[in-house]
Design a binder for this molecule. Structure first.
Ligand SMILES: NC(=O)c1ccc[n+]([C@@H]2O[C@H](COP(=O)([O-])OP(=O)(O)OC[C@H]3O[C@@H](n4cnc5c(N)ncnc54)[C@H](O)[C@@H]3O)[C@@H](O)[C@H]2O)c1
Length: 369
């Protein structure tokens, strides 16, 4: 790694924006030199807290004047597209919050703009580089659980699936892809209470939950879906709407021909073992369960967002793709939105990437008009 200090600008000084600033303090060659927010109160408060005097209410102006190497886009999801597209136009590398965008059409434009400009574009699905995700990949490559047969995504709950889909979904589908590679198809069913979700149940994320973020159109309280990955591995995901969030449920399972691995509570700072091993592919009776924690000895644990910055700088220096690239972020979103498309087609298998690029729920509504 070179001795260069990377000049970073932040667009969006809300909760996650400030989390980035805290993480950047531990990135040796990263320096946040400029802030942008349309809400001046957030801008000033954040500037004072982190001692950053260069402040803007217009990201175009910040891009022109602040001489940035990297911009962090930490606006809510509907607000990712405009600052990311402008950053590409200004030749600035981009670390964008998840999910990449509210629909595949916007994601396509963002990926194409970054490619055309020759800038690095990464989505902050930080568990992609979590030490336990990497350790799981290593254990699988070493043959610990034989051939991988099934990867299962696990949600946190505490939200209706419509909201949790856009807020947590792409973290989970990204981790599934880390284990199984790119997806080939999805088939899913969406429920409202105990009935199938219908067109009249489609709503904006903030209608479903006014306290949640603006992440576009959503549908349903509960979701079950299956995936086929390109290499023949199967996938499944359940988003069950239990009222209480449980971080210890969040993660993924990998089932192989000779055993299983389970990653839970991936969040940095969570106590207790994160990676578990069961030395057989099928559990048998619940009373037979004897999962063993994989000791963390020898695993370097670092907050994954710090790792994301380090790997982004390395990608810039070596001309390689950063982890959780824009193209991967787009597939992570399609694994989620493809469930809506499948549900609309009565659970049919939908090929990924989807042929139609507009939001499936928008299309469903338009067809009925
Ligand atoms: N990676 C993770 O683990 C993780 C965790 C939480 C949130 N997030 C993501 O972070 C993003 C932001 O979430 P949040 O909770 O911080 O939202 P927030 O509402 O707290 O903050 C967003 C900020 O962006 C500002 N803003 C809006 N439009 C703007 C514009 N055009 N230019 C400049 N500033 C603008 C708002 O005024 C606000 O201060 C979301 O996409 C969310 O999904 C990611």
């Amino acid at each position: 790694m070179s001795n260069k200090t990377y000049r970073i600008g932040l667009v969006g000084c809300g909760g996650m924006g400030r989390h980035h600033l805290k993480s950047i303090e531990s990135v040796p060659n990263g320096d946040c030199v400029a802030l942008c927010d349309v809400f001046e109160e957030n801008l000033k408060k954040t500037g004072e807290q982190y001692g950053i005097e260069s402040q803007f209410t217009d990201f175009e102006k910040m891009y022109r004047e602040a001489d940035l190497d990297l911009v962090v886009v930490a606006t809510q999801t509907r607000g990712h597209h405009a600052p990311a597209m402008a950053a590409a136009r200004h030749g600035i590398n981009i670390l964008c919050e998840k999910p990449i965008s509210i629909d595949p059409a916007e994601a396509d434009e963002m990926v194409a703009a970054a490619r055309a400009a020759g800038v690095k574009f990464s989505i902050n699905q930080q568990n992609h580089v979590n030490a336990f995700t990497i350790k799981t990949q290593e254990l699988i490559a070493g043959g610990l659980i034989g051939d991988v047969v099934l990867v299962r995504g696990r949600n946190k709950a505490g939200r209706k699936s419509g909201n949790e889909f856009m807020e947590m979904g792409t973290h989970i589908t990204d981790m599934m892809m880390c284990m199984a590679g790119p997806p080939a198809w999805v088939s899913g069913t969406v429920f409202v209470d105990n009935r199938l979700a219908g067109i009249g149940d489609i709503m904006e994320a903030k209608e479903m939950s006014p306290k949640d973020r603006d992440s576009g159109l959503v549908l349903g309280h509960r979701v079950l879906a299956q995936y086929g990955f390109e290499n023949g591995i199967s996938g499944e995901i359940h988003f069950l709407p239990f009222a209480k969030r449980n971080n210890r449920n969040y993660g993924f399972d990998v089932i192989g021909t000779e055993g299983q691995l389970a990653v839970r509570a991936t969040e940095y700072g969570e106590n207790g073992p994160i990676l578990w091993h069961l030395d057989r592919p099928m559990e048998g009776y619940p009373s037979d369960l004897n999962w063993k924690p994989v000791e963390a000895d020898g695993i370097t644990i670092e907050e994954p967002i710090i790792t994301m910055y380090k790997k982004m700088f390395k990608a810039i220096e070596t001309g390689t793709e950063p982890p959780s690239s824009g193209a991967e972020g787009m597939l992570a979103l399609e694994m989620i939105l493809g469930i809506y498309e499948s549900h609309r087609q009565n659970g049919a298998r939908v090929n990924l990437p989807m042929a139609e690029r507009s939001h499936p729920l928008e299309r469903w509504r338009a067809e009925e008009r």
